[in-house]
Write a protein that binds this ligand. Structure first.
Ligand SMILES: Nc1nc2c(c(=O)[nH]1)N[C@H]1C(S)=C(S)[C@@H](COP(=O)(O)O)O[C@H]1N2
Ligand SMILES: [Mo]
Length: 325
């Protein structure tokens, strides 16, 4: 017996790239099955490293347009009724490297979509904390501040708090990993990962966005008109075939084509797969549970004759949005 389990030495999935310089590392989607990302393989994105935080010294301050400005410790948060939710976190830079440089050796599931991961999160609905501090009706935006070296801050519409935002402290059965925000992080299901502020230490309620550098110089969408769109929180529907995938080698015969689909708008309704470059499409099987703003695993059997075959997948979400080619 052993105190902690280890993977078989024949199984060596790895995030990448790794090192002190890298501000992000991608999840090895091609090595994973099902929908839950093992916590030690959850992608990482941090703008100023991973702080080491002693939970006994960490607090969450909520102030601004509230009746009762308050300070919460981790133990305080754990006294609230908690919820458990399975959700994807996706960086809005997901696939950036591959879209910029779509060379064969770059086009792996990890490089094309590994800035996303899916976990079971445990925490308190933000609306409960806002009720506890007496959020004022005129508050329409709140600021979330992280306790890392760059003190990352994002402005979020208060409506998200009354929808499905959470302050989470556990992930896949254990406390958050340091890279994921230990001891607590904001989780905004379906919204760009950047807004899910890690190492959360302060929430301030107000009436307009704070225009932090993460919503002015960064995390804006350049438009053809030469202007930039700000606050594009919701992530579009997406799917990716994770197997077979480059640089894997497959033999002729029956194969499973399998992959992941998700959308920031709710549930995946349909995933179609083409094996002839988009001339014809067939519905893939969606493996339950099909959850809102979470990975959905799909698969379809394929009898490969050994001839060149171009595989595509296409997701449709519950709003009718169809993933573009
Ligand atoms: N405090 C803080 N929160 C942060 C970040 C950060 O650098 N500092 N990075 C953001 C970005 S850009 C993303 S995509 C997600 C990544 O979450 P993960 O590292 O748990 O995968 O966290 C967000 N929250
Ligand atoms: Mo990100």
């Amino acid at each position: 017996t052993s105190a902690q389990g280890m993977r078989s030495p024949f199984v060596v999935p790895a995030r990448g790239p790794v090192g002190e310089i890298a501000g992000s590392s991608l999840s090895p989607l091609q090595d994973l099955s099902g929908t839950i990302t093992p916590s030690d393989l959850h992608f990482e994105r941090h703008h100023a490293g991973v702080p080491l935080i002693d939970p006994a010294k960490h607090t969450l301050v909520i102030h601004g347009l509230v009746e009762r400005p308050s300070v919460f410790t981790l133990e305080d948060l754990k006294r609230f009724p908690f919820v458990s939710r399975i959700h994807v976190v996706e960086c809005s830079g997901n696939a950036r490297g591959v879209f910029r440089d779509p060379k064969g050796e770059n086009v792996t599931p990890q490089r094309a979509a590994g800035l996303s991961s899916n976990s079971e999160w445990i925490g308190v609905p933000l609306r409960m904390l806002f009720d506890e501090v007496g959020a004022k009706r005129e508050a329409t935006w709140f600021l979330a501040e992280g306790g890392d070296a760059c003190v990352m801050t994002r402005s979020i519409p208060v409506s998200k708090a009354y929808d499905d935002a959470m302050v989470v402290w556990a992930q896949n059965g254990e406390p958050l990993r340091p890279a994921q925000g230990y001891p607590m992080r904001l989780l905004l299901p379906g919204w760009e990962g950047n807004a899910s502020v890690k190492w959360l230490r302060r929430l301030e309620l107000g009436t307009q966005p704070w225009m932090t550098r993460w919503e002015t110089s960064k995390y804006t969408d350049p438009l053809a008109s030469g202007t930039a769109r700000q606050f594009s929180f919701e992530m579009d529907a997406r799917s990716i075939i994770t197997s077979p995938a480059h640089p894997g080698v497959v033999d002729k015969g029956w194969r499973n084509i399998s992959g992941l689909a998700w959308t920031g708008r709710g549930k995946i309704r349909r995933v179609e797969v083409s094996t002839d470059g988009g001339m014809s499409w067939a519905d893939a099987q969606l493996h339950p549970p099909v959850l809102s703003k979470a990975y959905t695993r799909f698969s379809i059997s394929f009898a490969w004759d050994g001839k060149p075959s171009v595989l595509l997948s296409r997701a449709t979400d519950e709003t009718g949005y169809v993933q573009p080619t």
